[in-house]
Ligand binder design. Structure first.
Ligand SMILES: [Zn+2]
Length: 316
């Protein structure tokens, strides 16, 4: 039966509704949990997160895909309770944001070990939670070039994706040639890969988006809302109009080659986060902007409902 893995169990793809394809319940750098100045009362985390997810549901958002990998604060029991409380489907990932966020235990693991780890989390469950991962996260380490470890993680992910049907999304799409080489070498069809952060201010100029689509990949315009217009913009911010122009180029040319999200943190771990930016940017700013640009309702549904559902669906 075609289905999507959520933290509360498999669901039918047609129940996903509006999907935020790359978000974070709470992302932290490995080790941030050891820094006592950042310790947050669990009640505070709930208080920061629940209203955002409730608002998301009120707007029509039904599915939140968490892109927080192993070692970055992924917390499945917490996600389960948030999903039960708010009615929002939460899809958790296996994998790593990038080789540089993999702790030494995983850093030295073989491709086969990583593959078995991902397979376990997809087919058996994450830890003892019984929740199965619905997507695999991989990424490019800082420095802009894929490291040997990044490649090992991509290879293990490609094998697990091929064996299970779970898709892959990436942190960064710079230096995509070695990624494409590894993924295709493993026989994975690139329409199962969402190449992320093609739209952010730092990486957009260095990301060969046309080339990625020519190879069959999907482009993640997933940092919407991190804009220079914010009162205190982060270093990866981009001019709002410039990003929209870039996105509209693809909406007009090949809307099925793109997915969109806001990459926001509901309650960041060990860092202050970016004030004023939430997953609800999708409904409060992005969709209205698309309508102002003449994008019709049917196309908006394709970007946020139909295409992400097809991407997340496992066929058996
Ligand atoms: Zn992210």
């Amino acid at each position: 039966m075609p289905h999507v893995n959520t933290v509360l169990g498999p669901v039918a793809p047609e129940t996903l509704g509006y999907v935020a394809i790359h978000e974070h319940i709470g992302y932290g750098m490995p080790g941030s949990e050891l820094d006592t100045k950042w310790w947050k009362d669990p009640v505070v985390r709930y208080e920061e997160t629940v209203p955002k997810l409730q608002k998301f549901a009120e707007y029509g958002g039904r599915t939140f895909v968490d892109a927080t990998g192993i070692c970055n604060g992924r917390d499945i029991d917490y996600y389960k309770s948030l999903s039960a409380k708010t009615g929002v489907h939460i899809v958790a990932c296996t994998g790593f944001v990038g080789g540089d966020t993999a702790l030494p235990f995983f850093e030295h693991a073989s491709v086969d070990y990583l593959y078995r780890q991902f397979m376990h989390e997809i087919t058996v469950g994450i830890g003892d939670t019984g929740a199965k991962a619905g997507i695999i996260k991989v990424g490019v380490s800082r420095g802009g070039k894929m490291t040997e470890l990044d490649k090992r993680i991509y290879r293990a992910a490609a094998r697990a994706a091929k064996d299970t049907g779970v898709p892959i999304f990436t942190h960064l799409a710079i230096d995509p040639q070695p990624a494409v080489e590894v993924l295709t070498d493993e026989g994975l069809s690139l329409d199962r890969v969402l190449f992320g952060h093609v739209d952010d201010g730092v990486n957009a100029p260095n990301t060969p988006d046309e080339w990625i689509v020519e190879q069959g990949g999907i482009l993640g315009f997933d940092t919407f809302g991190y804009e220079k217009q914010l009162p205190d913009p982060p270093f990866w911010a981009r001019d709002r109009d410039e990003r929209m122009e870039h996105f509209m180029k693809w909406v007009t040319k090949d809307v099925d080659a793109v997915l969109a999200s806001a990459d926001a943190n509901c309650s960041p771990l060990g860092w202050p986060g970016v004030k004023g930016h939430t997953v609800n940017y999708i409904f409060e700013d992005l969709i209205p902007d698309l309508k102002d640009n003449g994008v019709d309702d049917e196309t908006i549904e394709r970007i946020f409902v139909t295409n992400p559902a097809a991407f997340l669906t496992l066929d058996s």
